[in-house]
Design a protein around this ligand. Structure first.
Ligand code: UDX
Length: 436
């Protein structure tokens, strides 16, 4: 089957490469000529483990190609995926659908055969109706079914998530749409990944509801962690204790500096905007978004406290280890490290930073941070070290070396990757999350 993927960003490129790996004939389309040129040269626009090898092997097998020409890319495709960005619109948090609408119009104008148009971008409820209307408006006289197929892949684990999903959600009430989507996902269907057929509006809402629920779970355990610190409990034990209840489940109960990334912050705000538009407030998610925002700066205050408070902190140096919003990505979007560095900078603290993959993306977002080439360079002369992202590279730091380099052996572990008794035995003043 021929598949066209319009938008070769994170979701488009991973999905396109995986569909090609299943044996489909895939064309990834993007307006950005330099991105397409680099893809032709085998250079990935994003860091995702395993993606370069997957792209290379499928290009070599002749199943994956790249173009900036939409008409050429969609010619003969039975499924045309829209996987362009839906950033938060400035000012109101609503998802900006201008890219999705522009693609729908161009597809309608240039379509030369019957096709299923699939929105994979995260789009608010009702966007499928809009896409259908826009395509109809272009006077397109081919049979078109507009389907919603939200993507749940996580950065850093995107290929595994795509190939072994918990579920595949297909939103359509159209027989042609259902038939083509079954064919698209047949290889996964054979792997016994469950396919859930629902209405288009339900599919659109499933994506937002899933992300908002996960953001709520994280925010819940983060607030429980704060309480643990006050009452002398251990949040990891509490997470385990509640996670063993099958109704709750153990995942997404790791307390930390607050969630970031390309999805949770943006999608919670977009869901709230939809809720407001339909006069059906979701107060839990309102609280989650507010609590998470304030938590990131609060983590900066936690580091300042470790330096002895605002007075003592002025002029001191902090090493931030890990800048990306989570490990195994170079993505800095809404990373807690940005707010933490700002809070430290505002308090007159000098900040040095290191990240295994995110330095290039981080530098323009954190002008106050001195970027270093290794964790040890950042630690040199530091009065406190803060682990912000749980990269494997920080899980086995050379403690004698750290102590020799640092000005003071103070470690603020915002991801709980070390054990308090080990750190005390190693001679550190050690602060973590939800463990007194
Ligand atoms: C998320 C969803 O998981 C995915 O299904 C959706 O398609 C896109 O958004 P992603 O943003 O890649 O994926 O990362 P994820 O692993 O979910 O982590 C999101 C944020 O939550 C990170 O900042 C992470 O550090 C934080 N987090 C996650 C926690 O603080 N605690 C946890 O227990 C889990």
């Amino acid at each position: 089957m021929k598949i066209a993927m319009v938008g070769s960003g994170y979701v488009g490129l991973v999905s396109g490469a995986c569909f090609a790996d299943f044996g489909h004939d895939v064309v990834c389309i993007d307006k950005d000529q330099s991105k397409i040129d680099r893809l032709h040269d085998g250079v990935m626009p994003i860091y995702e483990p395993g993606l370069d090898a997957l792209v290379e092997s499928n290009v070599a097998a002749g199943r994956l190609s790249f173009t900036t020409d939409l008409a050429e890319g969609i010619a003969g495709a039975q499924a045309i995926f829209i996987a362009v960005g839906t950033p938060s619109r400035r000012g109101d948090g609503h998802a900006d659908l201008s890219f999705v609408h522009a693609v729908a119009r161009e597809v309608g104008e240039k379509l030369a055969n019957d096709a299923v148009v699939v929105t994979k971008s995260t789009v608010p409820v009702g966007t499928g109706d809009e896409v259908e209307r826009i395509i109809a408006e272009t006077g397109c006289n081919h049979r078109v079914a507009v389907v919603s197929n939200p993507e749940f892949l996580r950065e850093g684990a995107a290929i595994a998530d795509f190939k072994r999903p918990d579920r595949i959600v297909i939103g359509t009430e159209d027989d042609f749409g259902r038939e083509v989507m079954r064919e698209v996902y047949r290889p996964l269907f054979l792997n016994e990944s469950p396919i859930l057929f629902v209405s288009r509006r339900s599919a659109e809402l499933i994506k937002y509801a899933a992300n908002a629920f996960l953001a709520t779970k994280i925010t819940f355990i983060n607030e429980i962690a704060d309480l643990c610190e006050k009452v002398g409990a251990n949040v990891q034990d509490v997470s385990r204790g509640i996670g063993m209840d099958n109704r709750i489940g153990p995942k997404f109960l790791h307390a930390g500096p607050g969630y970031g990334g390309s999805c949770f912050p943006k999608d919670t705000l977009a869901l709230l905007k939809t809720a407001e538009d339909y006069d059906s407030p979701i107060r839990i998610v309102e609280a989650v978004a507010k609590v998470n925002e304030s938590r990131k700066r609060a983590m900066g205050r936690k580091v300042i406290d470790a330096l002895g408070g605002p007075e003592a902190a002025r002029g001191k140096k902090v090493a931030l280890l890990g800048l990306t919003f989570k490990p195994n990505t170079d993505d800095m979007r809404d990373s807690p490290a940005i707010a933490i560095a700002q809070a430290l900078g505002d308090a007159g603290v000098n900040v040095a930073g290191y990240d295994p993959e995110g330095m290039e993306q981080a530098a323009p977002l954190m002008p106050e941070v001195q970027m270093c080439k290794s964790p040890y360079e950042a630690i040199e002369g530091a009065d406190a070290i803060a682990i912000v992202t749980e990269w494997d590279a920080f899980r086995a730091l050379d403690f004698p070396r750290v102590k020799a380099l640092a000005n003071a052996p103070v470690l603020v572990d915002l991801r709980n990757i070390y054990k308090p008794d080990h750190m005390l035995a190693a001679g550190f003043t050690y602060l973590s999350i939800g463990r007194s």
